[in-house]
Design a protein around this ligand. Sequence first.
Ligand code: ZN
Length: 465
Amino acid sequence: LNKNIPRVRRRTTLILLIIISFSLSSIFSKDRDKYIGITKEIVRSALTKQNGYEWLRELCEIGPRLSGSQNSFKAISWAEEKMEELGFDVWLQPVMVPHWVRGEKEEAVISESEFFEGRNLEILALGRSVGTGKDGITAPVIKINDFDELEAKKEELKGKIVFFNRSIDPAIVNTFQGYTDSVVYRLRGAIEAAKYGSVGILITSLTTKYDNVPHTGAMRDYVDSLPKIPAAALGYLDADFLNDALKKDPTLKVKMKLNCKTLPDTLSYNVIADLKGTEKPDEIIIVSGHLDSWDAGVGAHDDGGGCIQSLEVLDLFKRLSIKPKRTIRCIFYINEENGSKGGIEYAAYVDTTKEKHIAAIETDQGVFTPEGFNVTADSSTLIKMQSWLPILEYAGINWIKKGFSGSDISKIKNIPALIGFVPDDQRYFDLHHSNNDVFEEVNPREMELGTAAIAALAYLLSEEP
Ligand SMILES: [Zn+2]
């Protein structure tokens, strides 16, 4: 304590500190040993049996699961059967979803240049992009670093392809922060460039791996008052190549052909399984991920792994005969990637149901080694959850802090706690939304430890007042 604080205030502060630390340790002191014992059992079962890892293999064998696709319906059926086979009550919640299709693989080539003519470029259309028509578009390219530069050069953009050369800044330790800083060019690049007469955009893939595998992802909806121009991501190495090529030959032209289009909305489903609570069955703790994926790779980390972790939480309780007081509800949301319609639909249900939603957990940041939980809640709830760290440490959890939970559950209003599972993020953007996101990239121990961490937290949420 600071010597400059008057003696009385020092004493009051000291008493306050004692009260706070006493109340923290007494919140669950009587059950603390029991909770630690159960957490250890959960960890042991997850790491030794690795059931979820095998289910993820089955899910990934179906292939990519973009909303509205045949594969997405196969995955929904697979999930429904798996949940029933494990003995849970299953509910398919209907929801209309956008149906965007890529069509045949896109092509891009430097079509006119003294030095580079005929050089192919590896690209992947951005989700929701319009196609180019069968003849493609051919245009000069202008490299732009950010929206300020776009505005400054607006007179030079007409009839050109704008090349936003902004990947994830590798100097930023938190890769989600780096991603958030640069994703705006993927989201809004085509809309902003169309304002000045551009005919298409290319972006450098948002990646932390310097290979040539392009990474897709959603764009914002086009604005009706502006031309809808096609948009694609370049593989990192080809973006680098194009950047250098433009220095040597600023007049080069690129031809790009995208075959994607948007079909009418399709009826799809969130897949939901309940493990009924023994004492308060109408009080709900959600554990969740999203079942849809992009059509590149198979969405092993994003977010097949998160779905399977959520389901295995229920199964861990069941196989260990742990009977939670509140209902633990597993949700596989549909359409997180290109519309979030599943999350929106479930949030609307929360507004009307008589059930009382206590907390929602989302796992959608990859299934790597667990680190912590981000929480959106009032400060007393947050402090209470932080008091559980000495238990959750047994499942590899190092911290609980205020932060963004996840895109699907954040649609829910009027719930005391929204919680995002946060694993080590250093490798996630190597594979996010690309052909790199395959089952072989998932480490069973890392994934299962994460499952155990989420299960231990779900258990505490179900037992504690
Ligand atoms: Zn995801």
